[in-house]
Design a binder for this molecule. Structure first.
Ligand code: UD1
Ligand code: UDP
Length: 379
């Protein structure tokens, strides 16, 4: 079983499956990292104690998506040719995902797509992920859909029956592990928030379609909120992409109640999700994680491929407009009824058993086990 991945979220979401397979006697996970991300990937590998078998080392600062894809294809092909795996596993919708699936397809290795079937129905948002995930659906043989909604999206495209198993999202398995071992962050300014009475706003941004003016607008909203409200502390773990930092950091510079920090180890970030009163994010994974800790999410995007949390009422789309963000945050913090309605801890994305279902689905695909019972959210 060859796992191919390259970015932080892929590593977080594949880790529980890799660790579960490592405990079986019949399936052997072999880990190939493209290293599309470097430091942010290595942080996760260290957290889960996963030691890659092959490192394609494609990371170069500021590299284009085509260069990442080309380098991955070029370096992955000889690994596949040498190992002749029975299956290649990719996750999600990044450039590493697409290149990994294509490399497997070229060598006629059956491809399993983890987190299959997410759709925003907008080719431009998220860019390029929506088109990546549609393309991977064409390349894959086994589709592990996280929710009934994503399985239905695949069925609408004619991908259904034996090729699709609804497993729940592995991110909940990952988060459960992280919460179980979570320690306060090493940075004492963050650790001290445990006993700080101020409301905590946890913020992350990185999406390509928001680079430039939309990110500056998010930054202005954070600056305004921080200046206007002394009952608030904003924690902003900044993505390592310099374009993200350049857009947002100047808008919050010099504000004592905005803590701009580097990407955090997964355990520390999980601790913060748990402590936070509100999460503002354009991240896919965090939209899935926060509802399971009862933390409301304001999504800094116009569309989402994760409508489950919006439907369940734990997430709201607010986009990147400054006034809209300020109004949404203020409304929630000042109206307890609205806040509590969103904070109801429901988890539409998984139940922590996605790894076990995924292992069973793979065995079933190999003809060595029965089809697993599928994930069904409790509401
Ligand atoms: C990528 C994925 C996106 C995913 C995100 C998770 C694609 C098209 N995009 O976006 O789907 O949501 O990762 O974070 O695959 N950098 C570093 N060190 C790191 C990571 C990034 O220096 O460890 C900097 C580099 O300058 C790099 C830039 O960030 O060029 C952008 O990284 P890249 O992998 O191209 O895309 P992301 O925007 O991170
Ligand atoms: N995360 C982390 N440290 C951070 C910020 C995020 O470990 O400082 C985790 C977060 O809990 C989630 C994942 O990284 O599981 C999300 O990654 P990202 O937002 O980069 O990508 P996306 O989910 O949008 O693809």
């Amino acid at each position: 079983m060859l796992f191919v991945f390259g970015t932080r979220p892929e590593a977080i979401k594949l880790a529980p499956l890799i660790l579960a397979l490592g405990e079986t006697s019949d399936l052997v996970p072999i880990v190939v990292v493209t290293a599309q991300h470097r430091q942010m990937l290595d942080q996760v590998l260290e957290f889960f104690r996963i030691d890659p078998d092959h490192d394609l080392d494609v990371h170069r600062p500021g590299r284009s998506l085509s260069a990442i894809a080309a380098s991955t294809l070029d370096r992955l092909d000889p690994v596949i040719e040498q190992l002749v795996p029975d299956m290649l596993v990719v996750q999600g919708d990044t450039t590493s995902t697409l290149a990994g699936a294509l490399a497997g397809f070229h060598r006629r290795v059956p491809v399993t797509h983890v987190e299959a079937g997410l759709r925003s129905f907008d080719r431009a948002a998220p860019f390029p992920e929506e088109v990546n995930r549609r393309a991977v659906s064409q390349l894959a043989d086994l589709h592990l859909a996280p929710t009934p909604t994503s399985a239905a999206n695949l069925a609408a495209e004619g991908i259904c029956g034996e090729d699709v198993v609804c497993t729940g999202n592995l991110v909940i398995d990952a988060l459960d592990r992280a919460i179980a071992t979570a320690q306060p962050p090493e940075d004492h300014r963050l650790a001290d928030l445990a006993a700080d009475p101020r409301r905590l706003l946890l913020v992350t941004v990185h999406r390509r379609e928001s680079w430039g003016a939309p990110l500056r607008s998010v930054g202005r909203a954070l600056g305004r909120l921080a200046r206007e409200r002394s009952d608030l502390v904003v924690v902003l773990p900044l993505h390592l992409n310099p374009l993200v930092r350049e857009a947002i950091a100047p808008e919050v510079a010099g504000l004592a109640n905005v803590l701009v920090v580097p990407p955090l180890a997964y355990g520390s970030f999980a601790w913060l999700i748990d402590r936070a009163d509100l999460v503002l994010t354009d991240s896919g994974g965090i939209q899935e994680e926060a509802p399971s800790r009862g933390t409301p999410v304001l999504v800094l995007r116009e569309t989402t491929e994760r409508p489950e949390a919006v439907t369940a009422g734990t997430a709201r789309l607010v986009g990147t407009d400054e006034d809209r963000i300020v109004d949404a945050v203020t409304g929630l913090l000042d109206h307890e009824d609205q806040y509590l309605a969103m904070a109801r801890a429901v988890n539409p994305f998984g139940d922590g058993n996605a790894a076990a279902r995924s292992v069973a689905a793979i065995r079933w695909r190999f003809g060595t086990g029965s089809r697993p019972e599928e994930f069904a959210p409790s509401r």
